[in-house]
Design a protein around this ligand. Structure first.
Ligand code: ANZ
Length: 840
């Protein structure tokens, strides 16, 4: 930077009072109300819609760097779409029920509502200051009765549709939060929120029947794959976990007087049936209890009680020592009639498949280890390659020992490849009535009831006469009782159970004494439909207006972290499909495109209090201003990548913004002057940048858009300081373009530039610049002229020059003419417009 430049920057810096500019424009923007989405133009079809959504925050504390990043990225698209002429719906609200608020409230000895709504106020102020183009008239909180009224209504609708039900089963239990968790909320055997090791409990709980949509949830991932991050698509695929196989039934040889039930297993490898040498039943499955003989019962019960303490993840861990107890009964192999022992073990899960497995040690490693530990026989039924030196073999190969020499069987699959062998086995089992081909999913139904206070009460009344009775619709919402001063500390049952007066009601059916359900809904229920509420947020008569939902939906771009890759996204997809089938919406998927942003780190690590490397958003905003922080976050990297705050420079961003702003003071030409006739070189740069920005924005490469804007700032500065001068209309065009591009990331600076350029406030409502295609065409290209492969001359020619003209121009060039004088030209090879090769 020259000294002159440096001096100018110092003076300009003082002229750029960040705080004052923010204050000034914030007030003006409130007045202008530019971001209110207009339903009517979308309903009438006068304008095409774009629904931009970013995951709404939990109101725990103030906004942090992570929020700042998502909002900055998200706002780029929302603002761009608006300038491109779309009617944009860009709403924001709060996911304000849930454990974080409740735990914090318990810790600080306040009511969750007090804590929650105070944080919402703080976050709202921060959002306003941050200048995101939200339509604030649509805000709501999921903990508002006006919202959870409809969460409860949707629960009842799902129940009516057979998609919500109650059952007793072993569930994941967090001993710290004293509540159940959905499978999705258990990460590596620990509670997703607090990290405590999850255990199992037998409880009667509410479930949503997500499994009913398993196949469709899987199939639609193919449609989402092009516009969703592949790791999220894969995570969902794995979570849904489809496997094809068969159910096979094994008779159990009767043990004296008692009748014993047969054992049905789910297997993905029916072709290995000849290698079944034992059966294993999940120790906590009711079947194990039914099968065990009196003689073995004591050992079985001791073992079971010990296993109940372990988590699923531990139980399935491949490195866990195999344990089990013999149940004392024998199962019969349906294809050979062979008798084999039945064991109970912990590596078989009670709630997957049928909770029982045919033990094939030759084909399944866990079975191999179990057989080895218990001294059970091992038979290979798939021939491994000659160089295979492992234990169980799960690969491709011809079937062997199927049946083994000397074994009688009507079925013979020896020599068949795995797929054919499977097909032949299933066909045979179906014929003899011992099995059927099936599809199995890993996806379980969604366990949604929670034993905590701060959530939407489940709108069900339990009556000793009528059983489960839904709260009549006109009595919704079932308000959460205040419980002021009550002890909300978790103790294994819902604190609502202690609200006797609230709990005791008359049965809506028989009028007799009954009790309300005292559980609340998982907060993921609230966030599974909030995107629908934004279309008619104040409607007191319905959850959402279907006509509006169909007009605005689905969401065109959803921005959020991939910690929600499975949970929230899968639940929202389930809700969408269920609501579609109820006729409430017409679309199949909620989020057409999903952008998952990286994390903001500091010094290579996640920001955290314990590491002492946290960066306060408030401090950064105070020091550098909103625009510099936003610009830094957008410019740092492609949106999907992590940003290390130690490696970026908000001070550098601020300097750039000052440089850009200074341009607006240097434009002398009058507003409205047509740029035609201005400096063509600068106009070319401007139009190239706009053209490229469109392409980059559509592919979410926001950081490169900033880089191009910086180039345009440099080009405009150069033009002013040298050649064309500040009164050139091309300079005005370039600087206005800078302001428009900057408005996507640095709205305050852009607005200030816009006003200094003599425009009315409201740059966010200005149309996106139209690219003049003619200015994108290169005026000339350099053609190289070679003699015998050596470059001898360069010519400036039109890009569309013909081969003949290029050849003539090359031969007429004085240098070339001199060099070939007296030689015989044998051949001229022309590749217009770039190359002429003369062979002499
Ligand atoms: C016999 C067999 C032979 C198996 C072989 C595998 C290989 P996915 O793909 O995950 O669905 N299995 C079935 N139910 C189970 C349960 N409740 N807990 C633990 N394991 C269970 O896996 C299905 C396979 O996992 C099934 O196929 C079964 O073992 C086992 F060479 O049956 B297989």
């Amino acid at each position: 930077m020259s000294e002159q430049d440096a001096n100018r920057e110092t003076t300009e810096a003082s002229a750029y009072d960040v705080e004052a500019i923010q204050e000034k424009w914030r007030a003006v923007w409130d007045e202008l109300d530019l971001f209110a989405a207009d339903d009517s133009v979308v309903l009438s079809g006068t304008k095409e819609k774009r629904y931009a959504l970013t995951m709404f925050p939990y109101p725990s504390g103030d906004l942090h760097m992570g929020h700042a990043e998502v909002m900055a990225l998200h706002d780029v698209m929302a603002r761009y779409w608006r300038m491109k002429g779309y009617e944009v719906l860009n709403p924001m609200g709060w996911d304000s029920f849930g454990l974080p608020a409740e735990n914090a409230a318990i810790k600080n000895d306040t009511h969750p509502a007090t804590y929650t709504y105070a944080n919402i106020d703080t976050q709202f102020e921060s959002f306003k200051r941050y200048g995101v183009s939200f339509d604030w008239a649509r805000r709501f909180n999921t903990s508002d009765p006006a919202y959870y009224h409809w969460t409860q209504w949707l629960f009842l609708k799902l129940r009516e549709a057979g998609l919500a039900y109650r059952k007793n089963s072993p569930v994941n239990w967090c001993p710290n939060d004293q509540t159940v968790l959905a499978n999705e909320q258990v990460v590596d055997g620990a509670c997703e929120r607090c990290g405590a090791e999850v255990t199992k409990r037998e409880l009667t709980q509410w479930y949503f029947r997500t499994t009913q949509y398993a196949q469709e949830l899987l199939d639609s991932l193919d449609d989402l794959a092009p516009t969703w991050p592949s790791k999220v698509v894969n995570a969902q695929r794995n979570w849904i976990g489809r496997s094809e196989g068969a159910h096979v039934t094994f008779e159990v040889a009767s043990t004296g007087s008692t009748t014993v039930p047969p054992i049905t297993v789910f297997t993905t490898r029916p072709d290995t049936i000849f290698g079944t040498t034992f059966m294993v039943v999940a120790v906590d499955a009711p079947l194990a209890e039914e099968l065990v003989t009196d003689e073995h019962r004591a050992a079985f019960e001791t073992y079971r009680d010990e296993i109940r303490k372990a988590s699923d993840i531990d139980r399935l861990a491949t490195d866990r020592a195999k344990t089990g107890v013999d149940l004392g009964v024998f199962a019969v192999n349906p294809v050979t009639g062979a008798r084999m022992p039945v064991w109970a073990t912990d590596y078989v899960l009670a709630d997957y498949g049928t909770g029982a497995v045919m033990g094939v040690p030759g084909g399944d490693q866990r079975d191999w280890e179990f057989a080895t530990a218990m001294g059970l026989p091992i038979v290979r039924t798939t021939q491994p390659p000659a160089d295979f030196d492992g234990e169980a073999f799960a690969g491709e190969g011809p079937a062997v020992n199927s049946p083994a020499a000397g074994v009688e069987s009507e079925l013979d699959i020896n020599g068949l490849a795995v797929e054919e062998a499977k097909r032949a086995t299933i066909e045979y089992l179906e014929k003899i009535g011992r099995g059927t081909g099936t599809v199995n999913f890993r996806l379980r139904d969604w366990l949604l009831s929670r034993q905590r206070y701060w959530g939407a009460p489940i709108p069900i009344i339990h009556c000793p006469v009528d059983g489960e009775v839904p709260v009549p619709e006109e009595q919704l919402p079932v308000l959460l009782p205040d419980l002021k001063g009550a002890d909300l500390k978790p103790r294994g049952t819902s604190p609502l159970g202690a609200a006797t007066e609230w709990k005791t009601v008359a049965c809506p059916t028989c009028g007799g004494p009954a009790e309300r359900d005292t559980d609340t809904m998982d907060t993921f229920v609230d966030s599974s439909w909030y995107f629908l509420r934004y279309v008619s947020p104040h409607d007191e008569t319905q959850a959402f207006d279907s006509t509006l939902a169909n007009a605005w939906g689905p969401i065109d771009l959803y921005v959020g972290g991939d910690e929600h890759a499975v949970l929230h996204l899968l639940y929202s997809r389930f809700f969408t499909k269920a609501l579609r089938d109820m006729g409430l919406i017409t679309w199949d998927e909620p989020f057409s495109s999903y952008l998952s942003q990286g994390k903001v780190l500091n010094q290579g690590r996640k920001m955290s209090k314990s590491l002492g490397n946290g960066v306060s958003l408030g401090d950064q905003l105070a020091e550098f201003g909103v625009d510099a922080v936003r610009l830094t976050l957008v410019f740092a990297s492609p949106p999907e990548d992590n940003i290390d705050w130690a490696d970026v420079s908000p001070a550098g961003s601020l300097r750039f913004l000052q440089r850009a702003l200074r341009l607006s003071g240097d434009v002398d030409s009058a507003a409205g002057t047509s740029p035609e006739g201005g400096d063509v070189a600068l106009r070319r740069v401007t139009h190239h940048v706009v053209h490229e920005a469109e392409r980059l924005l559509d592919s979410h490469r926001f950081n490169v858009v900033v880089a191009r804007t910086m180039e345009l700032v440099n080009a405009a500065r150069k033009a002013i300081d040298s050649g064309c001068g500040a009164d050139d209309p091309a300079v005005r065009e370039a600087v206005e373009t800078v302001a428009i591009l900057l408005s996507l990331v640095a709205p305050y600076t852009a607005e200030e530039m816009w006003s200094r350029l003599g425009h009315e406030p409201g740059i966010a409502g200005v149309p996106w610049p139209t690219v003049d295609e003619a200015l994108l065409v290169e005026e000339s290209v350099t053609a190289v002229v070679q003699i015998k492969g050596k470059v001898k001359a360069r010519l400036e020619v039109a890009p569309d020059i013909s081969e003949a003209d290029l050849e003539a121009a090359a031969l007429a060039d004085p240098t070339i003419a001199g060099l070939i004088a007296g030689e015989t030209v044998r051949k001229v090879i022309v590749r217009a417009p770039k190359l002429v090769n003369i062979v002499v």
